[in-house]
Design a protein around this ligand. Sequence first.
Ligand SMILES: Cc1cc2nc3c(=O)[nH]c(=O)nc-3n(C[C@H](O)[C@H](O)[C@H](O)COP(=O)(O)OP(=O)(O)OC[C@H]3O[C@@H](n4cnc5c(N)ncnc54)[C@H](O)[C@@H]3O)c2cc1C
Length: 264
Amino acid sequence: MGKYDVIVVGGGPAGSSLAIFLGKKWRVLLLEKEKFPRYKVCAGGVPACIEEILPIDFSSIKEREFKTLTFGWRRKRIRLEWDFPVIFTVKREKFDNLLLERARKTCEVRFEKVIDAGDGWVMTEKEMYEGKVIVGADGTGSLIRRVFGLSSSGRWVKTIEAEIPQRRDEILMEFFHTGYAWIFPKSDTVAVGAGGLAGLSSPKKMFEFLLEKEKIPRPLKVYHWAYPVFGEKAEWVKGNVLVVGDAGSLANPLSGAGIYSGIF
Ligand SMILES: Cc1cc2nc3c(=O)[nH]c(=O)nc-3n(C[C@H](O)[C@H](O)[C@H](O)COP(=O)(O)OP(=O)(O)OC[C@H]3O[C@@H](n4cnc5c(N)ncnc54)[C@H](O)[C@@H]3O)c2cc1C
């Protein structure tokens, strides 16, 4: 049985970035259930300020960089412009893989699925590990959050998204009464999607509205995903256990963005 100062469960942006920092000082084990690179449904919009937080060169995996953001509300459009890139887009399989590879430099990474955990231990399908601190960075359905009885925010966002081959030059965030829809251009595709609070909105209607309004061809394949966003009911710490990223309901409820808040 391996003994560690910190065991991080989940190798998404929240888990890998935490492991990068903690691994400089402590003995850290990161456990990830999927073989990387792995697909993750996401528009892939990353605020450029992330480059000031993480000691990583993202240039090889940036799809596009943007100095403008366009926001839509009914028939109005507001275009904000900067004289430097404020956001870049990525394909999550590449972005997450880069972070995980970087984490390997400061900590031990094992591709094993965690199936149970308790006070000071974590069990995978293969082995049991001891950790003084356990971090749940295991995303939406977080086993760590559930096992240790930490509450999620209870505020779930339902989304629908597709990657469509098309070239576009602007990021668009279109807001509705009960949610939002987006277009995030990548190098050879656009991520088009919509999301809103579960029970209050219909992401499908907003998605179809945006496709029609922007004259984007109907996708062959769409992905549906739900995740918790920030809310006062969320709990992050219990004893030596901490949950971060989607496991800790840290995504922004207004935009659904969770990469920056997971890393920060
Ligand atoms: C359609 C859509 C579009 C989005 N667009 C954006 C965007 O443009 N910008 C933005 O900032 N955010 C966006 N988000 C939100 C963003 O994707 C998430 O907030 C972000 O991925 C959270 O990162 P994380 O590391 O917490 O979780 P994840 O990225 O989900 O990583 C969790 C990891 O834990 C692993 N894991 C799970 N269970 C176990 C286990 N039992 N044992 C071991 N490993 C385990 C998983 O395999 C996974 O690799 C979007 C979300 C959706 C659904």
